[in-house]
Design a protein around this ligand. Structure first.
Ligand code: CMP
Length: 139
């Protein structure tokens, strides 16, 4: 079963490069409704909780350093088949493999600083959304 919500973060590289506006415009143009949004910054520890699934990976500590290096934008997005539709919009994790026109193709700097995060399943979309937002912050 698919749900109509996914979770995204605009990562520190995208925020530092003043790309919040252009990325949100692409999200809106693709038909997603923003149902929750927050400008915030992860601590190293909170980044570790968020990315715990990757804790055995060689890049884990670098990922936490990077994700806590500056502010991010967290958001919950709504659209039919949201998880898959958003992953198509953002493109491959490695921007050198992301299709033309995708957010990562256009805005990402590297596989680590890859502009945006998008949930990989409905289950993770719900977990990640509730990591940042309480029920009364979702409209
Ligand atoms: P994201 O979709 O946020 O999920 C996990 C993140 O880990 C991923 O985007 C990348 O930013 C990062 N990542 C994945 N693979 C690598 C890698 N080989 N080297 C560095 N970072 C990686």
């Amino acid at each position: 079963m698919t749900t109509n919500r996914t979770f995204t973060m605009l990562k520190p590289d995208a925020v530092a490069a003043n790309n919040i506006g252009p990325i949100l415009a692409k999200i809106n143009e693709a038909g997603f409704k923003i149902v929750a949004m927050k400008y915030t910054r992860l601590t190293h520890e909170r980044a570790g909780e968020f990315y715990e699934v990757h804790k055995e990976r060689s890049f884990y500590n670098d990922l936490l350093e990077y994700m806590s290096s500056g502010p991010i934008v967290a958001a919950i997005l709504e659209k039919d088949n949201a998880v898959e539709a958003y992953r198509t919009l953002i493109g491959a994790t490695d921007p050198s493999k992301a299709s033309p026109g995708t957010i990562r193709n256009q805005f990402a700097k590297s596989i680590a600083a890859n502009a945006v995060h998008g949930s990989d399943s409905d289950e993770n979309a719900a977990i990640e959304g509730s990591f940042f937002f309480s029920k009364i912050e979702i409209y």
